[in-house]
Design a protein around this ligand. Structure first.
Ligand SMILES: [Zn+2]
Length: 76
């Protein structure tokens, strides 16, 4: 996976599709929410169902990017 390709990827669970991803051995880490996504056979699997949450979080809704978006929705 080259750097140019990696730089184009965005976190699939970021409501704004803005968060970039960094390589961490056999997975990608979201620079925004710190969630992990696996790399299988050299290809990143960027689907919400494959997400691994950061330590201490049990649900996607607990991630900072999700909470921020929910607050914004509730304010409208
Ligand atoms: Zn993210």
């Amino acid at each position: 996976m080259d750097e140019t390709f990696l730089a184009q990827l965005r976190c699939p669970i970021d409501p704004r599709r803005e968060a970039t991803l960094s390589r961490d051995e056999q997975r990608l880490v979201c620079d925004g929410c710190r969630a992990h996504f696996p790399i299988k056979q050299g290809l990143p699997v960027l689907v919400p169902d494959e997400v691994e949450l950061p330590a201490g979080m049990r649900e996607v809704s607990q991630l900072p990017c999700q909470r921020r978006e929910n607050r914004r929705k509730n304010a409208n």
